[in-house]
Design a protein around this ligand. Structure first.
Ligand code: S5P
Length: 467
């Protein structure tokens, strides 16, 4: 049985379903993969075992360990067909008898191959590997039937485990779409999913993106966002130093980035940026000076390091228009790289009738590619490339307003994150001008994070416990 026959067989027995599924978490999904029923179809189980065996032929292992429950019969089938011993990892430790986590006979130093049915983040493989390694067993590879392409491979790579997947979710969708089995309604769902994936790419979790970043600060920011569960940047556009500090202290726990316009502060002293750095440490956010540099390399370097603001000494992140071209970025990089800073290029703007054309946006992305150690990503209205190393921050975000009288145009957090594939929402007046800025920040943070989590869930499996 080849991949295509297997996928269509899985569809025929109802192990892959399309529709509207509400998950335990309250999120919804339009595909449901339930491989548990495969045990009722021995031919199919054998076909899965054969496909996985083909994938791991060149790996070195002395035993197999299936992740309970769905992968257990698959591992058993491989074990029987190829006479390879099996190990089983208990999910809960026995509270009587031998109390061992790993069942089966093994020697320290021997290699075990982990088998899993569907992989999302790779979490259950990592947990299984940890218990096996605790017993002195070596883990280097895992065989997987379907990779949802949502960061599992990257997370496992970080732990030095290699994942061998028989199928990716994209392949499953393609095979079904090419078949004549599906209904019109199902075809619509597949097309929508495929279109979403091509427009914004399939979404990787922030922490998985970190492994692609060449800029160290982007890496740090992706981890920080995951830990803090926040993709909210506050645009703290206030004009008095104390006001800025009070706002940063109050809203700090809710945000991943604090954006400043230091030149609108009327009573600036260098002490202000020192205090801001202390607050950034206290609440774990990065400082982004929205300076929008746009001059020749030599000048921007002086503006970045010197003057009265000494921006390079306190701002983790800066931004620049790409208008002056490549060498301007080189000028900023000369000053910024030695301090481990990062740059966002303005690839698109939120203001009405701005002059940033699609061609300009494309050329901006090309400039970024020349400086991956310094450029973190873009200020843009949407995701611009399939390359997971770039971060996208979107300004002009508001929950209610249509815009302002000076050309600002707004989108909602859901539109920015979910529909346009952006990573960070930048909110100014929506928070700063609210009656209660902290309550507003919490509201934006929740909206931004929920939109991100929804964007990760495009397929449900048994582990999501569908209602
Ligand atoms: O295209 C852009 C780029 C930026 S950095 N549009 C923007 O509005 N910004 C900045 O984001 C702008 O300078 C301001 O600081 C913030 C938006 O503020 P708000 O009050 O409209 O949310």
């Amino acid at each position: 049985m080849d991949n295509s026959q297997l996928v269509t067989s899985l569809y025929k027995i109802g192990a892959i379903k399309f529709g509207h599924f509400t998950l335990k978490s309250g999120q919804t999904s339009s595909i449901y993969v339930n491989l548990r029923q495969v045990i009722s179809y021995p031919e199919l189980l054998r076909a899965i075992a054969n496909l996985l065996w083909e994938k791991i032929r060149s790996c070195r292992f002395d035993s197999l360990c299936g992740v309970p429950y769905t992968a257990l019969p698959i591992a058993t089938c491989m074990s029987l067909q190829h006479s390879v011993p099996m190990l089983i990892r208990r999910k809960e430790k026995k509270d009587y008898g031998t109390k061992q986590k790993i069942e089966g006979v093994f020697k320290k130093g021997e290699h075990c191959l982990i088998i899993e049915d569907v992989v999302t983040s790779g979490g259950s493989i990592i947990e299984t590997a940890a218990d096996l390694e605790e017993e002195g067993i070596k883990i280097t590879d895992a065989a997987v039937l379907i990779d949802r392409e949502q960061g599992g491979k990257e997370n496992l790579n970080q732990k030095k485990y290699k994942m061998h997947a028989a199928l990716t979710l994209s392949e499953v969708l393609q095979i079904l779409s090419d078949s004549n089995l599906i209904s019109e309604a199902e075809r619509v769902i597949i097309n929508q999913l495929t279109a979403k994936r091509t427009n914004t790419g399939h979404r990787l979790p922030y922490s998985a993106r970190a492994s692609y970043c060449k800029n160290e600060l982007t890496k740090k920011l992706f981890f920080l966002m995951d830990q803090k569960k926040s993709n909210l940047a506050l645009s703290a556009d206030v004009t008095r130093g104390q006001e800025l500090l009070d706002l940063a202290d109050q809203v700090g726990p809710e945000i991943c980035v604090l954006k400043t316009h230091i030149d609108i502060i009327e009573d600036f002293t260098p002490e202000l940026t020192e205090k801001l750095q202390t607050l950034a440490q206290k609440h774990q956010f990065l400082i982004f000076e929205d300076r929008k540099f746009a001059d020749i390399g030599h000048t921007v370097k002086l503006q970045y390091e010197g003057g009265i603001y000494h921006i390079a000494s306190w701002a983790d992140i800066i931004n620049a228009h790409s208008l002056p071209g490549l060498r301007m970025v080189a000028g900023l990089a000369e000053a910024g790289l030695k301090q481990k800073r990062g740059l966002l290029l303005l690839a698109q703007m939120s203001s009405a009738n701005n002059l940033l054309t699609p061609e300009y946006t494309e050329k901006t992305v090309a400039i970024a590619k020349q400086f991956p150690e310094f450029v973190m990503g873009f200020i843009s209205q949407k995701k611009l490339s399939a390359d997971p190393q770039w971060i996208y921050m979107t300004p002009g975000v508001h929950l209610t307003t249509d815009g302002d009288s000076l050309g600002q145009q707004y989108v909602t957090p859901q539109e920015a994150i979910l529909d346009h594939g952006s990573d960070v929402i930048i909110v100014g007046r929506g928070i700063v001008k609210a009656m209660d800025p902290l309550a507003a920040a919490k509201q934006y943070r929740t909206a931004g994070w929920e939109a991100y989590e929804t964007s990760l869930k495009e397929i449900a499996t048994t582990s999501d416990v569908v209602k």
